[in-house]
Design a protein around this ligand. Structure first.
Ligand code: DP6
Length: 327
């Protein structure tokens, strides 16, 4: 078997969010979601099956990963070992070119790259939906990073019997839009997505409303995307984002992912929009504000956001490609 493979996957940002699982053990989301893959923000992972190793070795940006991360990676590779019928230990060397675990979807690109690299290194020949099903068990947002452009993770039974189906709704060339990312704080978040979602599902009185209103968001987002209607897609994206944060905030105990700079940036984007610069806000389980806009307006947003109090850095991400595997 090929014993080493390298994969590069880009992060993605959901325009229609996933927040909540119908099955925690298999990590099946409670709702479908729709994302944009981001160019320029990637995870690159090399997986090597190595008979001389007594235990898995996980390096993150050149440093031994903390135990929690190593265990999550080894648990994922265990699924690949079962499929490949091997007990061989692995080394996993992974590098992110952006802050890890801070609400920039490092687990999406991380598990997409790990999934592609580990299955290739094990000599497994999986189709897209099999890869997606595996990646999803690492992280619910990871299957969307297998594909470029605009990607849906749909909750329906595929003919092959899978629980979710990943689908490229539009290729990167469909629309010249960007995410302008304003970094609003340092460091990892205190409550990760998995724990946050479970808390919302258990305790938020709005959880059922979230589930009930989700299909309409998906439908409207797909139709707006097809028409390249920025205002319509932006409106759904903001609505989905703030419903998700309302779930987090209405959990018990409450979860607030925003920092002061997050609110400052939201206000600035809304003011700019009133003044005629079209852009729409989305925020994941972290403090950073992402602005969805036409590519021709990205520089203006970046300049404006850089001046917002508390914003540390601004990046512009066009629509990005799907995962790539090499030796
Ligand atoms: C807010 O995919 O990180 O970014 O499946 O528990 O690993 P796990 O969660 P994860 O959650 C993503 C949540 C989100 C919204 C989204 O990307 O859809």
């Amino acid at each position: 078997m090929t014993n080493s493979a390298l994969a590069t996957a880009h992060t993605n940002v959901a325009l229609v969010k996933y927040w909540g699982k119908q099955d925690l053990e298999k990590n099946i989301p409670a709702t479908s979601s729709l994302s944009m893959t981001l160019d320029g923000l990637w995870t690159r992972t090399r997986v090597t099956f190595d008979e001389s190793l007594e235990s898995d070795l996980v390096l993150l940006n050149g440093q031994r990963a903390e135990e929690k991360v190593s265990l999550r990676v080894s648990g994922f590779v265990d699924m690949v070992r079962v499929m490949a019928k091997t007990n061989c230990r692995v080394s996993v060397e992974t590098e992110n070119n952006f802050p890890t675990a801070g609400g920039l979807a490092s687990s999406a690109s991380g598990f997409a790259a790990l999934c592609a690299a580990s299955t290739a290194a094990a000599g497994l020949d999986l189709d897209l939906q099999q890869l997606a099903s595996l990646a999803r068990q690492g992280s619910g947002s990871a299957p969307r990073s297998l594909l470029g452009g605009f990607v849906a993770l749909n909750l329906k039974k595929a003919e092959s019997g899978q629980d979710c189906v990943v689908q490229q709704v539009a290729a990167a060339g469909h629309w010249d839009v960007c995410m302008v990312i304003a970094l609003c704080a340092d460091g990892p978040k205190k409550v990760g997505s998995t724990a946050g979602m479970e808390r919302s599902k258990r305790t938020s009185p709005y959880y059922q409303g979230w589930l009930d209103s989700h299909d309409l968001d998906m439908q409207e987002a797909r139709s707006a995307l097809e028409r390249r209607d920025l205002d319509a897609l932006g409106r759904v994206a903001e609505r989905s984002c703030f419903k998700m944060h309302a779930l987090a905030m209405s959990s018990d105990p409450p979860l607030i992912y925003f920092k002061g700079a997050t609110l400052n940036a939201i206000e600035r984007v809304w003011q700019l929009r009133e003044d005629g610069l079209a852009g729409w806000v989305t925020i994941d389980a972290g403090p950073h504000v992402k602005v969805f806009c036409e590519a021709e307006n990205a520089k203006d947003f970046a300049e404006q956001l850089a001046k917002v109090p508390g914003v540390q850095k601004v990046m512009i991400a066009p629509v990005g490609p799907g995962v790539k595997v090499g030796q």
